[in-house]
Design a protein around this ligand. Structure first.
Ligand code: GLA
Length: 691
């Protein structure tokens, strides 16, 4: 599964796929092929040289360029748009050279006149069937070059204009809703302008022609970036479909200085002929194998006190919860918001990361000792990027926040955003959080981010203020990266009012994501299904809470959370003895199966976003065991229960499905089983290979 380099054509092959491009007669880097891997390199097509259409559209307009700059008589959505110091505003890229050190191929281009070098990087991930692309821009001259757009990649689909774009739309507490939009001529944009990827759009796409969960060709991708992103899905007037992905160029500006390259985030994409499920599993495996700091270790079952105590946190209240949690089998006790100086509600305290002396007269140490003595690890919530105007930090450094000096500083949740692009802010946060971690036995951090940017100003910025959008994220990565390096044992969770920062960039730093502030179990089924399109269960922290107490049985709520990394977040003081006993049993059961859920393969059998009766299956990597979850929410009584066809089993082996007898893997997959349920009933069935 190599890269076949040649003077003017490059073939990148993964285990099952191939991606091919080459130089056109005019010297443009043209896409040739993306799909199934073919037996021989000569099988991949070399497109005919275009001749143009009329004076309205020159030949270059028809070349599906890998990385088009704005230049010439071509009007394709460009990947690169620059202004040179003399005011020239196009970029004419000429191929210079390439280097290939499998699994990476770098192609270097230079502007025909100006000292701008552009290197396109390609890296194959053979076993994950993924191609990774990013770009380095270098100024080889002495005058600054202004960059107005610098995407990471353009992905060209096989010729045609009959594709559907599947993407996700959401809101706070209602993230990851799937949409399937037919692509028509023009550009469909999915983007964030909020400084985080946001709840509104996920940085993920899938393009297909009526693919389904297990069938159909899917070209899919994502961006490893935790800030503003843009996905432009373009269908040209000549039936060509292409997806660009990268930094959002809305309000983007970058002054490229000599000796200071701009490196774009990595775009990752893949192809499968086996539907959305296979696409998800490729991404899941990549996240676990390549991105996550602790991708091979299952997560501890945590308790988080947020929904139980809100800001009313002190040593006594937390210790009381910790005792019950430990009795139930919880392994990690997390104190959420409210523990730090002057934090009694959301209107004060952010920025002052030291324990509130009134609530914790013994520091955090007293509580941590109790938690550790109960046999649990201790975890803590922080929101480092934020500051309340009512805080010591803001009073000392009002200039540290993102703001325009002539505008009001709009507060949201009574807070402003620290300018993470500033090195002094980064250094301050590294110091204060490192101290917190050094002085306390903290095994887990929930890193929150609860408001999007407004008035995105950076007074006295060293360069173009619009660099803020990118430099903020670089600053965030630096602070978090430094802390993670100094404290490698800590498990980190990425939260942004729920799932507002769930991306392949943050998952190099965080092991988990807080998927949604909505912990109501039936909503969670839908949210979790969307999340699973690109992110694996090991990253999906899911608590059992009291939201739908009295409506949805506790068992059902546990089953929903057991589909990810199980946590508990209800007010345990109010749970009856029977509830605590049921919780303890579920926790015990989860401990037996969590390796299958967190490290295995996931199969979405019946969609919760499409029906009130849904099913989900996990299979261990060696196919020796599995788990089947089935849920019925509130649907008409006489609803016709669908057949459930298992997936991912070894067809030749015999498997027992708990309560349903034994059959071959082929039998369970072809003939399926029925799991009749009443409204708000759920089942967790263990699957075991017998022979
Ligand atoms: C955000 C998070 C919640 C909780 C609160 C605390 O809303 O998403 O889980 O941590 O902040 O203020």
């Amino acid at each position: 599964m190599p890269i076949y380099p040649a003077a003017n054509r490059w073939i990148l092959e993964t285990r099952h796929t191939a991606y091919v491009f080459g130089l056109s007669a005019a010297g443009l880097l043209a896409h040739h092929y993306w799909g199934r891997r073919l037996p021989n390199p000569t099988d991949y097509p070399i497109p005919a040289e275009p001749t143009g259409y009329a004076s309205t559209d020159g030949p270059d307009h028809f070349i599906p360029e890998e990385y088009p700059g704005y230049a010439g008589v071509k009007y394709i959505d460009p990947c690169l748009k620059v202004t040179f110091a003399d005011g020239v505003r196009d970029v004419v890229l000429r191929f210079d050279s390439y280097t290939c050190a499998d699994p990476q191929l770098d192609l270097r281009f230079q502007d025909a006149f100006y000292p701008l070098a552009v290197t396109l990087h390609y890296r194959i991930h053979p076993d994950h069937d993924l191609i990774e692309r990013w770009v380095t821009l270098e100024n080889l001259g002495s005058q600054p070059i202004h960059i107005e757009r610098a995407f990471s990649a353009k992905w060209t689909l096989p010729p045609g204009d009959d594709y559907t774009l599947t993407h996700m739309v959401g809101r706070h507490a209602d993230e990851f809703n799937l949409w399937h939009d037919p692509l028509t001529p023009g550009i469909k944009t999915i983007e964030s302008r909020r400084i985080i990827p946001s709840h509104r759009a996920a940085p993920w796409f899938a393009v297909h022609r009526a693919a389904r969960e297990d069938t159909g060709e899917v070209w899919f991708g994502t961006l490893a970036w935790s800030g503003n992103f843009r996905i432009n899905a373009e269908v040209t007037e000549f039936a060509s479909t292409r997806i660009s992905i990268g930094f959002n160029d809305w309000d983007f500006g970058w002054t490229l200085q000599p000796g200071q390259p701009l490196i774009t985030p990595a775009a990752l994409a893949g192809y499968t002929p086996h539907g959305f499920g296979a696409a998800s599993r490729l991404l899941h495996a990549y996240v676990r194998d390549v991105l996550l700091p602790h991708g091979k270790v299952t997560h501890k079952i945590l308790y988080n006190s947020w929904e139980a105590t809100l800001f009313d946190v002190d040593e006594t209240s937390q210790a009381a919860l910790a005792e019950i949690a430990a009795q139930m089998g919880v392994e990690l006790f997390v104190v959420d918001d409210g523990w730090f100086h002057n934090r009694n509600w959301d209107n004060a305290g952010l920025g002052d990361w030291r324990p509130d002396a009134r609530k914790f007269p013994n520091g955090l140490g007293g509580l941590i000792k109790k938690v550790n003595d109960l046999g649990m690890d201790f975890g803590l919530w922080i929101e480092p990027e934020m500051v309340n105007p009512n805080s010591d930090l803001y009073r000392a450094h009002p200039d540290w926040v993102i703001h325009f000096p002539t505008r009001a500083r709009t507060e949201s949740r009574n807070q402003l955003i620290l300018n993470m692009a500033r090195p002094d802010v980064q250094d301050y946060l590294i110091d204060v959080l490192d101290k917190l971690l050094r002085e306390n036995n903290i095994a887990f951090i929930k890193w929150d981010m609860n408001r999007p940017a407004s008035e995105p100003g950076w007074p006295n910025a060293p360069g173009d203020q619009r660099e803020l959008w990118v430099r903020y994220v670089h600053g965030l990565y630096r602070v978090w990266g430094e802390l993670r390096q100094r404290h490698p044992h800590v498990i980190w969770q990425s939260c942004a009012s729920g799932g507002g920062r769930a991306d392949f960039g943050i998952l190099r730093l965080a092991d988990q994501v807080w998927v949604s502030d909505n912990t109501e179990a039936t909503s969670r089924l839908r949210i979790q299904e969307g999340y699973s399109q690109y992110l694996p269960a090991i990253t999906m922290e899911a608590w059992v809470t009291d939201w739908d107490e009295g409506i949805v049985p506790l068992q059902f709520r546990f089953h929903v959370s057991m589909c990810g990394s199980l946590g508990v977040g209800g007010n345990l003081l109010h749970w009856s003895e029977a509830d605590r006993a049921l919780a303890a049993a579920c926790i015990q059961q989860y401990k037996q199966i969590r390796h299958i859920i967190q490290l295995g393969q996931q199969y979405r059998l019946l969609s919760a976003q499409q029906s009130g009766y849904s099913a989900l299956q996990y299979v261990s990597a060696d196919q020796s065991e599995g788990v089947l979850f089935v849920f019925r929410t509130h649907i008409p009584e006489k609803f016709n229960i669908p057949q459930i066809y298992l997936r991912g089993l070894d067809p030749q082996s015999v498997y027992a499905v708990e309560g349903h007898g034994q059959r071959s893997g082929a039998g369970w997959m072809a003939a399926g089983l029925r799991v009749p349920l009443k409204n708000f009933e759920s089942r967790l069935l263990y699957i075991k290979r017998i022979t």
